[in-house]
Write a new protein. Structure first.
Length: 338
């Protein structure tokens, strides 16, 4: 039904407008008595064999929702009812910001991809933290970044503000230095500034009563030598894992029109499948499985999930695949894993 009727109707309209319309529709649906419970029954996979213990946390299943979908933690409880084992909110920044000028979200239907040039649009970390205080049982990752106007040499202050604000309301943290939509942000992936940033966050983490896992989200455009640096940085800073990967700047092999492929921003979806899997495999092999990897990028089918897990991922995340394949895909993926 989703692919035959709902998706064709939604894809007639502006992608960003459809995103907010879908949020409103899901929220409205959950206001109907017992509808949340019914959605859980239809879409969830409550099977103990799907549970995973990764970086000290127990995940009810290994299929999660990637950051970017619920930036401001407005719908995490409702989205969890569609069968996700965990929800990652954000990217959030210390101060609210509007992001880049519209239009900034583009569907590449022929490629089953999306280009986004959103630019960390969010209502700020304080607003997200307030909403997350109402959480009851959803495993939450907090994806944090810096404001656009913050110079890179002061970036650690922004990350610390977000870290402190979310510490009591998330289960793990993701350090986002790999989005292509904030000017110069990817410069923080270089070995020296990244090591410094992660050490600062780990120091603050150690000062807490009970520390939280910290993961690093990396770009798919890193070379093998840069991935070697990531492996060493993880070892040196003792962070808990890596999310591979964010969106790509590459436009190789696309079938969509140049009007679409020429848009600025990061590309997600099927064109990213192989590159993200290659990055997972390289990190897993070269590190000798020294740390957990969360696989994300081009996951649309149960086979895509199995490929990521076989490459060395402990968990996986969807975003574009959820948009193109619909909510039932999560249960199909979990059935395939089982």
């Amino acid at each position: 039904m989703y692919k035959r009727i709902i998706r064709p109707l939604l894809f007639i309209f502006d992608p960003e407008g459809v995103h907010y319309f879908s949020f409103a529709a899901i929220r409205l649906l959950h206001r109907i008595p017992f509808m949340g419970a019914l959605i859980r029954v239809i879409f969830s996979s409550n099977d103990p064999t799907l549970e995973r213990k990764v970086f000290g946390l127990r995940f009810p299943n290994p299929v999660g929702l990637a950051a970017g979908f619920d930036k401001d933690a407005k719908l995490y409880r409702e989205l969890a009812n569609f069968g996700f084992g965990f929800i990652e909110v954000g990217t959030v920044t210390p101060k609210p910001q509007g992001g880049n000028p519209k239009p900034r979200l583009f569907r590449l239907r022929k490629d089953k991809g999306i280009i986004n040039h959103m630019g960390f649009n969010n209502e700020g970390v304080v607003a997200a933290a307030k909403r997350l205080k109402k959480n009851r049982g959803v495993l939450i990752g907090g994806n944090i970044g810096k404001n656009k106007t913050t110079p890179n040499d002061q970036a650690q202050d922004d990350y610390l503000i977000c870290f402190d604000a979310l510490f009591d309301v998330v289960d793990y943290f993701v350090i986002n230095v790999s989005s292509p939509n904030t000017p110069n942000l990817r410069d923080l992936q270089e070995k020296e500034p990244l090591t410094k940033l992660l050490n600062v966050l780990q120091k603050r983490n150690s000062e807490k009563v009970s520390r939280k896992p910290i993961l690093l989200k990396i770009a798919p455009d890193l070379s093998n030598s840069q991935l070697d640096d990531i492996i060493k940085i993880v070892a040196d800073t003792h962070i808990d894992g890596v999310i591979a990967t964010n969106t790509t700047l590459s436009r190789d092999g696309l079938k969509s029109s140049t009007e679409l492929t020429g848009q600025a921003g990061g590309l997600s979806g099927k064109p990213l499948t192989k590159r993200s899997t290659d990055a997972i495999s390289y990190l897993h092999t070269q590190s000798k499985a020294a740390f957990p990897i969360v696989g994300v990028g081009g996951i649309h089918t149960p086979a895509d999930v199995q490929e990521k897990l076989a490459a060395g991922a402990s968990l996986v995340q969807l975003y574009t695949g959820f948009v193109y394949e619909g909510p039932a895909v999560v249960k199909r993926m979990n059935r395939a894993i089982k």
